[in-house]
Design a protein around this ligand. Structure first.
Ligand code: AGP
Length: 613
């Protein structure tokens, strides 16, 4: 999730743009840059690393420029580097763009532009926009931007400036945020309100397909065909802290509501609407995938749960045996590894000490290693033979949420690619599951929308009933077992309530003794071949007087009679249901912790990244 900032006004733009970028640091970044429209033409500065590096590179000399753009980059296409940092330029250097989002058809556009004589200076998807605008520069910047948008697929927002029209900024959005700030004799444009909230509270939020032309005097709006549009100016009431959280009360809640975007970004350019998977970027070819005899997953905490969930799908769909272990155990046992065992190290931060040590051990034993991480350039990416990125954006809340669902989505992409390479799944079934996966971002959005403004329509109601409980038991089977482990971990780490999670069939071998009259038992019971088995487990706990809170698929007519509360999720194929079923469990933990008044973003005793042994 990159950050865009633009300014056109009566004051020198450099300090205002740098301040705006500083305010967007929470969006995360690995490099940054800015372009200032000076008399001699666009003056660009880019820097790898944190914003201080850019500020240092930009220097203290005041620039007279009153128009400019800035950008903080969260790499998705092209590793973090100065060349890949934004702004990107056209061949003449007169057009500059900054972009947030993903251009899914950039490879085809790049080939076409190179054939037309354009030369590229970065590995990014975004640079194609600058060259497409160059193709239509004679029509003027607004028209060139509109023509460019017609060529793009994906979800993006971008702003462009041109030396031919140095007083204006043209911006547009398509399924990525862009907002205009209305000042006195000056205008602002940015990915998020915090960038200019200290300057103005008067804003215009662009709709998808809007194209805005901004100069010091104001803004004009059109659609991508050039038809003029009227857009309302509204007043923001948030304070700076709330603004950083996008209007949510905490980063964790913001990140729970960012899951549809995290999923869409992680699937973008890798999964077509028809269900075809392309993971060529991963660096593991079909031959290598066919040679595999075994997969061994190593990870910690929430990442381990994502691996466990995927392990069921890998075995079922790709017919490759999977072993999985927590990294802190794996590294001190004597795992039997060989060149035909692919070790998958999962770590959202890419810096967790135990997982890094496990990866090193695997490599020393001659096993190929695939790292699944959310952070480009993280240590795990340097230690692995192949890398697959989730694209969840920076996660600030210590309790992982959006990175978890993105991990499961990425691992299911891997599973479908593996099944395809090994021919273990009929094409129509593989494509059907691919289409179900492609639809998950929409279903998660629907699930979140159903929660109602303050969550009262959904999970919060249940949280209010059980927030005083002193113990919870979570049960699940198959992939649902991984989901219940994750749900229980969320409750433990932010509400501090003792919680057990068990494979439902294992419960009668001991933990059932923990149950009392009214004990809350959360059961992950979404539609799947093991649902009938779960019904008998539910009857076992009800026989001990426990209260059942079931996570179930819409349309299930049986579960309501068996439960005190049902947390409904959209129905889906069992292999993708885990990304839906975990959401109400994240919210249950969240609302219980909030009702108890705990700081969910920074729980006690926990760090976001565990770099100690
Ligand atoms: C999850 O909410 C916790 N923050 C923790 O269990 C975390 O998943 C674990 O430390 C692994 O972190 P990683 O994915 O960055 O390696």
């Amino acid at each position: 999730m990159c950050g865009i900032v633009g300014y056109a006004g009566r004051r020198p733009g450099k300090p205002i743009i740098l301040q705006g970028l500083r305010r967007l640091e929470y969006r995360g970044y690995d490099s940054a840059g800015l372009v200032l429209m000076e008399d001699g033409g666009p003056a660009t500065v880019r820097a790898l690393g944190n914003l201080d590096r850019l500020v240092a590179a930009a220097g203290d000399d005041p620039s007279p420029a009153r128009v400019g753009l800035g950008h903080t980059r969260w790499a998705t296409h092209g590793r973090p580097s100065e060349d890949n940092a934004h702004p990107h330029h056209d061949c003449t250097g007169r057009v500059s763009i900054v972009l947030n989002g993903i251009i899914e058809n950039y490879k085809d556009l790049r080939t076409e532009l190179v054939d037309a004589g354009h030369s590229f200076t970065s590995e990014t998807d975004a640079e194609v926009v600058a060259h497409l605008i160059e193709e239509r520069a004679a029509d003027g910047l607004p028209a060139a931007v509109r023509a460019t948008v017609h060529r793009l697929e994906g979800h993006f927002a971008f702003c462009a400036v041109s030396a031919d029209e140095p007083d204006i900024i043209v911006g547009t959005r398509h399924e990525a945020p862009l907002v205009v700030g209305v000042g006195e004799g000056e205008m602002f444009i940015a990915s998020a309100i915090p960038a200019f909230l200290s300057e103005t509270r008067r804003i215009v939020v662009l709709d998808d397909g809007d194209v805005v032309t901004v100069d010091a005097a104001g803004a004009s709006f059109s659609d991508i065909d050039g038809n003029a549009l009227e857009r309302e100016v509204s007043e923001v009431t948030w304070d700076a802290d709330a603004a950083e959280k996008g209007g949510y009360e905490t980063f964790m809640l913001k990140e729970i509501y960012e899951q549809p975007q995290a999923l869409a970004d992680t699937l973008a350019g890798r999964l077509t609407r028809a269900g075809e998977v392309d993971l060529s970027e991963m660096g593991l070819g079909d031959d290598e995938l066919r040679r595999l005899r075994r997969v061994f997953i190593v990870a910690c905490g929430t990442s381990y749960h994502a691996g466990l969930i995927a392990s069921y799908a890998i075995e079922e769909l790709a017919r490759v045996p999977v072993q999985i272990d927590v990294a802190s155990e794996f590294r001190y046992r004597a795992p039997v590894l060989d060149a035909e065992t692919l070790v998958i190290g999962i770590s959202q931060s890419g810096e967790t000490a135990d997982t890094l040590a496990a990866i090193r051990l695997a490599r020393e034993a001659g096993s190929p290693v695939l790292a699944l991480t959310n952070i480009m350039g993280s240590q795990a990416t340097r230690e692995a033979d192949a890398v697959l990125y989730t694209r969840a954006g920076l996660e600030i809340g210590v309790a992982a949420t959006k990175t978890h669902v993105a991990q499961v989505a990425a691992l299911l992409l891997f599973t479908l690619a593996l099944a395809h390479a090994r021919g273990t799944l009929a094409d129509d079934e593989r494509l059907r599951i691919g289409r179900e996966l492609h639809d998950v971002p929409r279903l998660v959005q629907r699930l979140l929308d159903a929660q109602g403004d303050d969550g009262h329509d959904g999970v919060r109601r249940v949280a209010e009933r059980y927030h005083d409980e002193r113990f919870f038991l979570y049960l699940g089977r198959n992939m649902g077992f991984g989901v219940c482990l994750e749900g229980a971990l969320k409750l433990k780490e932010i509400s501090y309530i003792p919680t057990e999670a068990y494979a439902a069939g294992e419960m009668k071998h001991g933990p059932i003794a923990l149950l009392d009259e009214g004990s809350p038992v959360v059961v992950v019971a979404t539609d799947s071949p093991v649902f009938p088995k779960l019904v008998s487990n539910i009857e076992e706990v009800r026989a001990r007087g426990a209260d059942v809170i079931a996570v179930a698929s819409e349309g299930n007519t049986e579960i309501a009679e068996l439960s005190e509360d049902v947390l409904w999720v959209p129905a889906s194929d069992p292999r993708v249901a885990s990304m839906l079923a975990v959401v109400p469990l994240q919210l249950l933990a969240y609302h219980i912790a909030r009702i108890k008044g705990f700081n969910v973003d920074q729980p006690r005793n926990l760090a976001k990244t565990v770099t100690v042994e």
